[in-house]
Design a protein around this ligand. Sequence first.
Ligand SMILES: CC(C)(COP(=O)(O)OP(=O)(O)OC[C@H]1O[C@@H](n2cnc3c(N)ncnc32)[C@H](O)[C@@H]1OP(=O)(O)O)[C@@H](O)C(=O)NCCC(=O)NCCS
Length: 330
Amino acid sequence: MDSQKAEYYRCICEKISEYSRGREIVFYGNMSDFNEVLKESRNLKPAFHVTALKEKVNDETRLFDDINKKSDKYYVVVLLEPSPKLRKKLRLYGYRDFKDCMFVQRKDVVLNSKVKNYEDGYGNKVTNNCGFIIEISKYAFNSEVTIGEGTICKPGAKIHLWKGTNKVTIGDNCRLRRGLLFCTMDCEISLGSDTIIMDGYEIICSKGTRVFIGDHCMFSDYIKIRSGDGHAIFDMKSGRRINDYSPEDPKSIVNIGRHVWLGWGASVLGGSEIGDCCIIGAFGVFKGSMPGHCIAAGNPAKIIKRDINWSSSNFAYSLDQCEPYLNEID
Ligand SMILES: CC(C)(COP(=O)(O)OP(=O)(O)OC[C@H]1O[C@@H](n2cnc3c(N)ncnc32)[C@H](O)[C@@H]1OP(=O)(O)O)[C@@H](O)C(=O)NCCC(=O)NCCS
């Protein structure tokens, strides 16, 4: 069994152990590898299987009808593809989704822009959606999207939560146009308050990485932030992987300070740290660290000016018209 499948099964087993609360576990369908993970990760095993077919009944397999109205005794784990008919029948027999039965095979969920709040039995939760299309894949667990007050986004803005446990937090009073926030697996994207992002943005988190963006940032059109390479690279002499970092490694984190301006088409790559009040010039490709109050430009983007600040207003003519609390030079 591949490690991603095992991880998925382990998460499901954790939920089964949480929801079943001492009830006997009943399998509907068969998956021997799932059985193994349930035993190994939670020390649980099914009391028996159920089937809809009389001819399949034996010592370990009973008729589906035998569990009718016995949800106080049994917790049903459905290993078959869950058809609407099956779901309906389980409900009729008194088994509520998740509380009394768990579906191991699931489908991706797409929340349209009008869904403000959402919660499912796999632990995924959306709070205060302001118009994003939110895609929650069938491998997502305990993932959270939390959006602050007064934040708005344009139609077509999208958040994708893929595998494992991902977290997206957007602060208050942000304005985002059409673009994509993408969490691959066990990632975090955090956007401060009062930040503006124009069209065509892509903030893409690779497995186990995080992107932190401060308050009062201004990102132009077509910016890209990628917190990892997204594919494995090996050194041929040693055979070692050269781009796999633990989640705590600074190379797994993109840290963008407060009041940072990313110019048109700028890119920020994995492991970057950008101090408060910086600017990355149009089409700059930044990877590395830069202290506050600097401008970096070019590819690779290098510091071209220090001790600067900026104002989002083109009608500002004195330094104190920049965000005042950020005018001290480091
Ligand atoms: C980065 C930027 C702010 C720098 O402005 P500046 O401080 O006035 O810079 P200068 O014009 O003095 O240029 C300094 C040097 O950097 C180079 N440079 C400036 N911007 C550059 C860029 N985006 N890419 C590559 N090199 C750049 C200049 O060619 C110059 O090089 P030189 O010293 O070899 O001649 C500006 O060029 C820029 O890219 N603005 C972004 C505009 C934008 O995206 N607006 C969107 C609105 S949200």
